[in-house]
Ligand binder design. Structure first.
Ligand code: KG4
Ligand code: ZN
Length: 374
């Protein structure tokens, strides 16, 4: 690896085609994100077939723009990092194939990154350099596909501690946006409408795990958003299950619905996350993923963390949503940790964050307690 430590990152796991050049895991020299949202909007969600074909058209021009913006030629790079899991398999394969071809043709190391671990790393890139990184911390990943809490010991050692029982928070935003006729993607539109509404107007449910008398609550509670989503649906069409959902134009007080729904999502994320961080003995929480753009979540998580003597840290919005800078940044750390991939690496729809953490824990335990046989 040269002194420059320039890594080209490629991201194509869902509906953004992205490429970026990041120096030594931190200095973002370029970040290009081409969103497919307008292509999927007529369908109200991501259509996998459309996503795969669109990545294929966009991938090379996006890589070229990222190199140009960074003032880099292919021969200046030290490695190619790419998201290989989790995500839509047809979309992942486009980015992975492009990364393999570039790595093979230039004789560069290929590094496969987990999209979830890359989101978590997005919380470290802008963290003040003099504080030597946000580790260890609790990392809340809140996006369209994921709502999970991780214990992160370093960029490459993350362990899943709690997840959603059903929907992701971003998916709930997208579904409620659909009910309110706000289009896709729904999160930003619901948030904009919520700014005009009263968050205390409707008392939507906040999920808390139910425990029987005498039973201990789970030490770290999972999240759940499907009950909240159903509650918004019944609020809009009344208790008659056969009644049609009113047309968006006929919904009275839509801004109050949006604000009250957003408040319920935010409360359902803030309390359990800080409780979990406390019970894990962690003083810092990173909040990452598309929903981390949400201003109300940023305000309430920040205030509640300060009140609890903790720190809440959010990446700037451009690095909350899908981007390749987080992939290039994490890629550099994976390379430094000797975790480069072979050219026959495969894409996978599943995250491996948990498996890698389990492996790292076993390794650490073995180092602490070497067996008598050596
Ligand atoms: O991380 P991301 O770009 O893609 C996934 O990996 O899923 O997250 C996209 C999700 C969408 O569900 C979108 O509605 C949501 O993030 N989102 C927001 C906001 N901006 C994006 N949700 C609430 N408030 C926002 N301001
Ligand atoms: Zn994402």
């Amino acid at each position: 690896m040269s002194q420059r430590g320039w890594v080209l990152g490629i991201e194509s796991s869902c509906d953004e085609t992205a490429a970026a050049v990041v120096a030594r895991g931190r200095e973002i020299r370029s970040s290009i994100v081409e969103s497919q949202a307008p292509l999927h909007a007529p369908f109200g969600g991501v259509v996998p077939e459309v996503a795969g074909r669109s990545h294929l058209r966009a991938i090379l021009p996006v890589v070229e723009r990222a190199l140009e913006q960074a003032g880099a030629r292919l021969e200046d790079l030290d490695a190619i990092a790419v998201t290989s899991r989790p995500g839509l398999i047809g979309s992942l394969l486009v980015g992975l194939s492009a990364a393999k071809a570039l790595a093979w043709s230039r004789g560069l190391p290929l590094v496969c990154a987990d999209h979830i671990e890359a989101h978590i790393y997005s919380g470290a890139m802008e963290y003040p350099a003099e504080r030597a990184g946000p580790w260890p911390c609790a990392a809340l990943v809140v996006s369209g596909g994921h709502t999970s809490l991780y214990q992160a010991r370093s960029p490459t050692e993350v362990e899943l501690v709690a997840s959603t029982l059903d929907d992701a928070a971003g998916e709930a935003f997208d579904k409620v946006a659909h009910l309110l006729g706000l289009g896709y993607p729904g999160g930003p539109a619901v948030a904009r409408l919520a700014d005009k509404g009263d968050p205390a107007r409707i008392e939507f449910p906040r999920y808390r795990p139910r425990t029987r008398p005498g039973e201990l609550p789970p030490r770290i509670a999972p999240f759940s958003f499907s009950g909240l989503k159903t509650s918004v649906l019944y609020h809009l069409r009344g208790q008659d299950a056969l009644a049609p959902t009113p047309a968006p134009s006929a919904i009275e007080g839509a801004a109050d619905v949006a604000a009250s729904f957003q408040e319920a999502v935010v409360d359902a994320l803030v309390g359990p996350t800080l409780e979990a961080a406390r019970s894990l003995g962690l003083e810092r929480v990173l909040v990452v993923g598309g929903v981390a753009c949400n201003r109300r979540l940023r305000e309430k998580m920040g205030a509640a963390a300060r009140a609890a003597g903790m720190e809440a840290w959010f990446p700037s919005p451009a690095y909350c949503t899908d981007n390749a800078a987080m992939v290039a940044g994490l890629g550099w750390h994976l390379l430094e940790a000797g975790l480069a991939s072979e050219l026959d690496a495969d894409a996978s729809p599943r995250s491996e964050a948990r498996q890698r953490a389990a492996g790292a824990r076993a390794h650490a335990a073995a180092a602490r307690n070497p067996s008598p046989q050596g």
